[in-house]
Design a protein around this ligand. Structure first.
Ligand SMILES: [Zn+2]
Length: 103
């Protein structure tokens, strides 16, 4: 997903969901968001562009997994991890919520 701020920057947000480790063992469902400014680096299925903010949301055992909630938590953590300031975060959220609303 591309998210635009009001300074002409476009951030790329990638969401990765998993509920299994690479040995096939079930884990609590988790969502990872990788957020970055520069072009994507897609040498594998995972974008490895740097610098990137990374945010992880893990569903607790008492919660029902909700994809939308996992994405929001992971994205908000990725924004903080990348050190995006508050006003810019607000713009990115506006863009995010608009795109989610439009599907
Ligand atoms: Zn990317």
């Amino acid at each position: 997903m591309k998210l635009a701020d009001d300074q002409g920057n476009t951030y790329k947000a990638h969401f990765y969901h998993s509920s299994m480790n690479n040995l096939g063992v079930r884990l609590w469902p988790r969502t990872e968001c990788r957020l970055h400014l520069d072009p994507c680096v897609l040498t594998t299925a995972l974008c490895t562009a740097q610098p990137a903010g990374v945010g992880i949301a893990v569903c607790s055992r008492r919660d029902e997994f909700r994809k939308a909630t996992g994405r929001k938590i992971a994205l908000s953590r990725a924004m903080l991890d990348l050190g995006i300031e508050r006003a810019t975060r607000a713009k990115l959220w506006e863009d995010y919520l608009e795109q989610v609303r439009l599907g």
